[in-house]
Design a protein around this ligand. Structure first.
Ligand code: URA
Length: 189
């Protein structure tokens, strides 16, 4: 893979018409945050608020994500936040595997530019697109997977926590795993 520049990547995302999802959206949502972040967070795709503003995770799920990060002393501006797909699917439906695969090269470029040490995979779409379509979030969450020196932690999507607050206990456990891993990596330097 040839690594492009942030400028070129954002232009490529803006101009992408590779799948029909770009039809009828207001904004592409590339992602944002610290381009040198240690932690990269990957969600599913833009919702209504994100589509309106062109910024990832700013709706209700985004607010919860900000709080979850703050609970482990991370300011959201210090991570890089993105999604598997950059266009909001109609009525927020789950993107198909084909749509995810079509869009994944953009996420790979983001990954190559940020070069994070840790990836937090939020929800089933991020888990399946980045690790394996065979995996389920209920079985995979809270278990670190190391791939080529990158630590990946699947966890529930914050929207799932809003729908089912009982899951917050497990999500809190996962955030603590993330905090411990950051300390561990820091102590290796
Ligand atoms: N849900 C996501 O997966 N991503 C966003 O950016 C917002 C909501």
């Amino acid at each position: 893979m040839i690594v492009t520049s942030w400028n070129q990547l954002h232009k490529d995302i803006l101009n992408c018409t590779a799948c029909p999802l770009h039809q009828g959206i207001r904004h592409k949502v590339a992602g944002q945050g610290d381009p040198n972040a240690t932690v990269m967070i990957v969600g599913e795709g833009p919702g209504a608020q994100e589509d309106l503003k062109g910024i990832a995770f700013i709706g209700a799920a985004g607010e919860l994500l900000t709080k979850m990060l703050a609970a482990i002393h991370i300011d959201r501006k210090d991570v890089y936040i993105s999604n598997v797909i950059k266009c909001r699917p109609p009525n927020n439906r789950t993107p198909t595997m084909q749509e995810c695969n079509q869009c994944l090269p953009f996420l790979r470029q983001q990954f190559a530019l940020v070069r994070p040490q840790i990836m937090l995979l939020m929800g089933s779409t991020a888990l399946k697109a980045l690790l394996s379509p065979e995996l389920t979030i209920t079985k995979s969450r809270g278990k670190w997977v190391e791939r080529k020196g990158i630590w990946m932690l699947p966890t529930y999507h914050p929207a799932a926590l809003l729908r089912d607050p009982a899951k917050k206990i497990e999500a809190w456990h996962d955030m603590q795993l993330l905090e411990s891993k950051l300390k561990e990596l820091d102590s290796l330097i």
